[in-house]
Design a protein around this ligand. Structure first.
Ligand code: AMP
Length: 201
């Protein structure tokens, strides 16, 4: 899954997981988990994440290499939020083949609203949005906002995306692997486009 922060990569990944049965590997989730557990990795990554910067490639590549050793990854995985730089993609190409890159395209102007209104239910992991996907009222008291989902950090995350990640989209396009999906509409419409893209692979 490829796209800017807040494009809906994580949300749409669940459609692909359901269709293919392959596990979702989200470097963002893995880093947040390490941070919550207070591991060395989490401590190393924290400053970058909280300022909206990319975590250094060596850390990410180590994390992915280890994850791909797990038995559940032997039949392929769905990467969400990885690779995010050309060196990460080069490292991945040395480990395994990439079958397709689904790029969720959302204009910058929509990103800030999407991210700043995003909330998560810590009990289920479900992601809501205060306007676009309002949570049921009985759980709204327990929803949390990601620490890096503030406007200032989102602007830095967007700029990291344009400088370091977007060129990777062009790289995958030249390799003929990129499938662009319009991510600007309602979640269900985007899910249909993602399902179509996967079904023709
Ligand atoms: P995400 O949940 O994918 O938006 O990731 C949250 C944060 O984790 C990012 O803003 C980065 O600081 C870090 N991160 C996640 N995945 C990567 C990656 N592949 N490369 C570098 N940093 C990453």
């Amino acid at each position: 899954m490829f796209g800017p922060p807040g494009a809906g990569k994580g949300t749409q990944a669940s459609v692909i997981v359901e269709m293919t049965g392959k596990p979702q590997v989200s470097t963002g989730d893995m880093l947040r988990d390490a941070l919550a557990k207070g591991t060395e990795l989490g401590k190393e990554a924290q400053g970058y994440m909280e300022s909206g910067l990319l975590v250094p490639d060596a850390i990410i590549i180590g994390l992915i290499s280890e994850r791909l050793q797990s038995p559940d990854a032997s039949d392929g995985v769905l990467f969400d939020g990885f690779p995010r730089t050309i060196p990460q993609a080069e490292a991945l190409a040395r480990i395994t083949d990439v079958e397709a890159v689904i790029s969720i395209e959302v204009p910058d102007d929509d990103i800030i609203d999407r991210i700043v209104g995003r909330r998560m239910d810590p009990e289920t992991g479900e992601i809501y949005h205060i306007s676009f996907k309002p949570p049921p009222s009985e759980i709204s008291h327990r929803l949390i906002q990601r620490k890096d989902d503030t406007e200032e950090t989102v602007r830095q995350r967007l700029s990291s995306y344009h400088e370091q990640t977007r060129p990777l989209g062009e790289w995958y396009q030249e390799l003929g692997l990129l499938i662009a999906v319009d991510g600007a509409g309602p979640i269900e419409e985007v899910s249909k486009s993602v399902a179509n893209a996967i079904s023709i692979l």
